[in-house]
Design a protein around this ligand. Structure first.
Ligand SMILES: Cc1cc2nc3c(=O)[nH]c(=O)nc-3n(C[C@H](O)[C@H](O)[C@H](O)COP(=O)(O)OP(=O)(O)OC[C@H]3O[C@@H](n4cnc5c(N)ncnc54)[C@H](O)[C@@H]3O)c2cc1C
Ligand code: HEM
Length: 398
């Protein structure tokens, strides 16, 4: 428990944090990677270069300082971050390293404001937050380890199948090298790969959403080749059927909790369809009685992953409606069969069909796409609690 004085002091530093903004976390990461270069094998350095991870950490630190007297506000963020951390196999002893660099950063960037009292208050506040993360992460590790087919840390998986799903997306079917079972997951959750190869400068952790419902035997992920991307190009170009990959247990706080009478709308842009496909499979396998909508936008038919799959599901399930937008269809694309509309996704045309009372909306895709979806749905008066989304990278609020 933090005392009132500590809470007051931490809150008094909010303007200081706000004025420093992401310079705070950029400085923090620079000094941490300088003194603890082994962490370059843990963090995604592309997220450092693009600034996305310093921005995510800054948002978390600021939210913590602002809400330190009302930590319940932070519980959703804590859950998401703890899941993210477990995918990187973060260990309790690493919290001391991060804490040290955070306090040193405050001293270096604000030497006048960083009185011993301020540093002591932040040390206590950091320690309290670290304890929350360490406790929750251990629970997740134990849960993954003790459930049927579960494990802790990395486990060797063999690529049983490598299948081209579209021009840029290839899926990988992964089964344990030990021949054992695999732990179930909640559709929407992701798998973490720990990639290590002479072809890579550093070891790399990457998250890939599980794109089929759990079956106890194997997992399927689908990877989009990102221009200039370290891991996705490695997966496309160098990981072949029969190869072994190190895999961490499923993680993530993005999954469905819906009653049988809840209408569900699954909305995706590009490779953001991967978690949606697992959710769709779950709903259909449970014969979800309420209407289900599958709304997908992509570039054209060549980039439309899982097209035949989704078409087959629509034909087999009367309560499933699908709608696909191609931004720029090819000559070879056939409207009606392959896609329903040209251009960017425009939800307004489907408003009546998809805004049934009590519907829940799950969406995933590029951040500007998700911001459009959220703005549209919020504009129709749909409550935040009915909107659920996943960012394929360091979290950003929409
Ligand atoms: C929860 C979650 C689920 C995910 N699910 C999926 C999924 O199902 N399928 C999928 O394909 N991906 C998924 N991702 C994304 C995936 O984890 C990787 O981020 C993605 O494959 C890109 O990794 P990469 O190593 O190829 O690219 P990185 O090397 O990480 O680079 C990412 C981007 O940054 C750019 N970049 C790198 N360095 C710089 C620089 N100096 N300046 C400017 N730009 C730069 C790269 O060009 C690239 O576009 C998911 C992510 C999360 C967090
Ligand atoms: C109280 C301390 C900490 C806070 C507030 C914090 C906060 C965060 C946040 C906000 C994210 C982004 C989450 C998301 O995208 O959803 C994140 C990711 C991450 N954190 Fe932490 N973290 C802390 C401690 C640690 C520690 C001790 C380590 C271990 C070295 C660590 C390693 C990572 C890694 C590797 C990622 C993913 C980075 C990426 O994708 O580029 N964190 N953390």
């Amino acid at each position: 428990m933090l005392d009132a004085r500590t809470i007051d002091i931490v809150k008094s530093t909010v303007p200081l944090l706000e004025s420093a903004n992401t310079a705070l976390t950029e400085h923090f990461y620079q000094r941490m990677f300088r003194d603890n270069p082994e962490l370059k094998d843990v963090f995604n350095l592309s997220h450092q270069k693009t600034g996305r991870q310093p921005a995510a950490l800054f948002a978390a630190v600021l939210a913590y300082a602002k809400n330190i007297d009302n930590p319940a506000v932070l519980s959703a963020a804590v859950e998401r971050i703890a899941h993210k951390h477990t995918g990187f196999a973060i260990q309790p002893e690493q919290y001391a390293i991060v804490g040290h660099h955070l306090l040193e950063t405050i001293k270096e960037l604000a030497p006048d404001a960083a009185t011993p009292e301020v540093i002591d208050a932040w040390a206590q506040a950091y320690g309290a937050l670290a304890d929350i993360f360490i406790g929750r992460e251990e629970q997740i590790y134990q849960d993954n380890e003790t459930r049927a087919g579960g494990w802790r840390g990395t486990r060797a998986f063999v690529v049983k199948e490598k299948r081209v799903e579209s021009e840029h997306i290839t899926s990988f079917l992964l089964a344990p090298a030990d021949g054992g079972a695999v732990v179930d997951f909640q559709p929407g959750q992701y798998l973490n790969l720990h990639l290590d190869s002479d072809r890579l400068e550093h070891k790399e952790y990457r998250q890939y959403s599980l794109c089929q419902a759990p079956n106890g035997e194997h997992y399927r992920i689908a990877v989009k080749r990102e221009q200039g991307g370290v891991a996705s190009n490695f997966m496309h170009d160098h990981v072949q059927q029969g190869d072994t990959l190190q895999v961490l247990p499923p993680a993530g706080d993005f999954f469905m909790e819906v009653a049988p009478d809840t209408p569900v709308v699954l909305i995706s842009g590009g490779v953001g369809l991967t978690p949606m496909r697992a959710m769709l499979d779950q709903l259909l396998s449970q014969n979800h009685p309420a209407p289900v909508h599958w709304l997908h936008a992509c570039e054209n038919g060549a980039q439309h992953a899982f097209k035949a799959d989704i078409q087959a599901r629509r034909q087999a399930h009367a309560n499933l409606e699908t709608h696909t937008w191609y931004r720029a269809p090819l000559e070879s694309d056939r409207p009606a069969e392959d896609f329903d509309a040209t251009g960017m996704m425009d939800l307004s045309k489907l408003r009546e069909a998809i805004s049934q009372p009590g519907a829940h909306y799950y969406f995933c895709g590029p951040v500007p796409f998700m911001a459009m979806v959220k703005d549209t749905l919020s504009g129709w008066g749909i409550a935040d609690e009915q909107l659920h989304y996943e960012v394929f990278g360091p979290h950003q609020s929409l």
